[in-house]
Design a protein around this ligand. Structure first.
Ligand code: CIR
Length: 255
């Protein structure tokens, strides 16, 4: 169990459909996106998390993807330096909320790092190099976390926005992965469940306490998780996926 107690989320702004996206899934409907976001929030509350809900930021269309602007471990929080210029200043608006829970460190120029590229379990951190996260950012994070006893591996993200688009923990010892990440050396110590071909998006699940939240409409992945004993809840994320987002990106989770 990871025993998350808190989450930090942000309301989507009215112009959420103007956020960055490379997904070829059509234009997001901002009203439906808000409904899906609300459902996500109520699910977190239902699971037992205390949610800090921040106001929408009209200036930053992607700012409800709070995961990208900080890495939170039990010992420290690292404010990132988002790789997309359009998102860079979002960090200014999350710092105070995160500082209520943890001491802060920061990724500095010329490093760039998005939280979506960082996977942490126990004292193991894996950072994916992507269009958003550069080597300097990964090395800075690795050095900060080394001070708290973490070992960090750095990998290259295969054809996806973020590392966690393709790899996520479903318990301390097991990962849900896309086929493209199955053979990564740094994942060798974990049991791996591979999402069926055509269901790659469903690898973006979020494990919270004893529940795995997964996107709605991926029956093969649902079966795989349930057959392996996981308690699953499906969430509607059609509009969020049009903005290249998934379930992990919508919250910063804290023990
Ligand atoms: C972006 O391109 O930055 C947003 N539209 C989506 C961010 C998704 N975040 C994540 O996967 N951690």
């Amino acid at each position: 169990m990871n025993h998350y107690q808190f989450a930090i989320c942000r309301r989507p702004s009215k112009n959420s459909a103007l956020g960055l996206t490379s997904a070829d899934l059509g234009v997001a409907d901002p009203k439906l996106l808000v409904e899906q976001h609300n459902q996500y929030l109520s699910t977190l509350v239902d699971i037992g998390l205390e949610v800090t809900l921040l106001d929408a930021l009209e200036e930053f269309a992607d700012s409800y993807f709070t995961e990208d602007v900080a890495i939170v471990t039990p010992e420290v929080a690292v404010i990132t330096r988002p790789g997309a210029m359009q998102r860079r200043r979002e960090t200014e608006y999350i710092e105070n909320s995160v500082a209520k829970f943890r001491d802060l460190e920061r990724i500095q120029n010329p490093g760039t790092l998005d939280g979506g590229d960082v996977l942490v379990v126990n004292k193991h951190c894996i950072v994916g190099l992507s269009d958003r996260t550069n080597h300097d950012g990964a090395i800075q994070l690795s050095a900060i976390l080394a001070g708290y006893g973490y070992h960090t591996d750095i990998v290259t993200v295969p054809e996806a926005l973020h590392f966690k688009s393709s790899v996520n923990f479903v318990d301390e010892h097991s990962l849900l992965v896309t086929q493209s990440c199955y053979s990564m050396d740094c994942l060798a110590q974990y049991r791996k469940l591979v999402v069926p071909e055509g269901e790659e998006y469903a690898a973006n699940v979020v494990w919270i306490n004893d529940i795995v939240l997964m996107p709605e409409g991926y029956p093969g992945t649902r079966r795989l998780l349930e057959e392996n004993g996981y308690k699953v809840r499906e969430m509607p994320v059609s509009e969020i996926s049009k903005m290249d987002g998934g379930l992990t990106c919508l919250s910063l989770r804290l023990t």
